[in-house]
Design a protein around this ligand. Structure first.
Ligand code: ATP
Ligand code: MG
Length: 387
């Protein structure tokens, strides 16, 4: 059945024969079917592979046409799967191997199946929050490898509001998103900037304990258990965690509050419960530091504010849309936490220009353009070094 996807992901036929043969050798079975999968915001090659013997695997790769950022990111993700295996299991998919050939670099992973969210119900959000707290708690007092980045990743978030305050073109870019209500946006931002800057600057004072952070947790990078083990006796041993996480290139060590805040606002911007509710469920399983959370929420809102107005980036047609949606979730949350008036001018910020459609005959997942799981990126995302 033909499906639509916005990002230019290559079809299986574009994968060189030698690479396909090596994939089959690594997985130990011929590939019967390779379905192109959309769902995130990047153009990397992603396939659900059906193998002889009813086995499945997931392939994620880059090729010679991929930019250097994508290649570096995949190399970092391979390192995480290889060297952090003990820490990311059982949340991550099993790692079946990696190969480089003919300009391609491919990771072979356990297939975690189709998306489970959105829509976000109260029960799913509560389950996700509790499981995310468990994920962070598992590494809170464990030694983390020295090569794992720390402040270099999440520390960059604290600069956005400073940049808005000192760069008139950035302030104009943000207020311009509000169209007719640009003057309201200008008045609100200039009034709120001192508090937003002060709060976000708190990120610079954050000290350990750190946890292992995923730093890209949104609906398109997770799977949430449906409760399919309910009623099964005996339960699989050990039972799989309720939350599975993939896309690990931004793994780092840092304050868990930044991961939790990013995930919380991404759920709200997909129509789920308010971030405050997520955080209350999360805090039942993780010792949240309220001051650190203030810093994280302000910094994340600043990141989306000062990214969402910028021109589209090549190959990422839905990025600005999801960032605008995340801005509409994260900035009101920051305002509530800091006691600022509601930024009602956000009602006038549109999603942005429609993304181009690309049709495919062999895709079996993903979303038509315009039906992106929420927002951006989320960190489409929250990737300060990138966008
Ligand atoms: N191990 C896996 N099992 C099942 N589905 C997966 C797996 N890894 C990724 N997917 C699905 O494939 C989609 C695309 O993969 P992925 O997120 O890795 O790349 P992307 O969407 O191109 O990039 P990005 O996440 O950077 O925006 C995901 O949104 C997800 O729905
Ligand atoms: Mg992804």
């Amino acid at each position: 059945m033909p499906r639509l996807g916005a990002e230019a992901k290559p079809p299986w036929q574009a994968v060189p024969l030698a690479v396909r043969r090596e994939v089959e050798a690594a997985l130990g079975a011929p590939v019967i079917r390779a379905a192109r999968i959309w769902g995130g915001y990047g153009p990397s090659a992603t396939f659900r592979l059906t193998l002889a013997g009813e086995r499945r695997a997931f392939l994620k790769g880059v090729d010679g046409t991929s930019n250097s950022h994508m290649r570096r990111t995949l190399a970092q993700e391979e390192r995480v799967y290889r060297d952090l295996g003990d820490l990311i299991a059982p949340w991550a998919p099993a790692f079946y191997g990696a190969l480089r050939r003919d300009g391609w670099h491919v990771l072979l992973l356990e297939d975690l199946g189709p998306p489970s969210v959105p829509p976000w119900s109260v029960a799913k959000t509560r389950r996700a929050a509790a499981a995310y707290a468990e994920f962070h708690r598992a590494t809170l007092h464990r030694p983390l490898p020295r090569w794992l980045p720390r402040r270099r990743v999440w520390g960059k978030l604290d600069h956005s509001w400073d940049q808005v305050a000192t760069t008139p073109a950035d302030l104009e870019g943000i207020t311009g998103m509000a169209g007719d209500r640009a003057a309201d946006a200008h008045a609100w931002i200039t009034g709120a900037l001192p508090q937003l800057r002060r709060a976000a600057a708190g990120l610079r004072r954050v000290r350990p304990p750190y946890a292992l952070l995923h730093f890209d947790t949104r609906s398109d990078n997770i799977r949430l258990a449906t409760g399919r083990h309910a009623g099964q006796t005996p339960l699989p041993s050990p039972p799989p965690p309720a939350l599975r996480l993939f896309d690990w290139p931004f793994a780092c060590a840092g304050p868990a509050e930044v991961d939790a805040a990013a995930f919380a606002q991404s759920i709200a911007c997909e129509g789920g419960p308010a971030p405050e509710r997520f955080m209350a469920w999360y805090a039942a399983g993780f010792p949240v530091r309220e001051g650190v959370l203030d810093a994280c929420v302000a910094a994340i809102a600043g990141y989306f504010a000062n990214s969402a107005w910028r021109p589209s980036l090549p190959g990422l047609p839905r990025l600005r849309t999801v960032q605008r949606r995340q801005l509409r979730a994260s900035l009101p949350w920051a305002a509530r936490r800091l006691g600022l008036p509601p930024p009602s001018w956000l009602d006038a910020v549109p999603d942005g220009p429609p993304a181009p459609l690309q049709s495919s005959r062999d895709s079996s997942g993903g979303l038509p353009s315009g039906q992106a799981p929420y927002q951006t990126g989320p960190v489409a995302s929250l990737r300060p070094p990138l966008h």
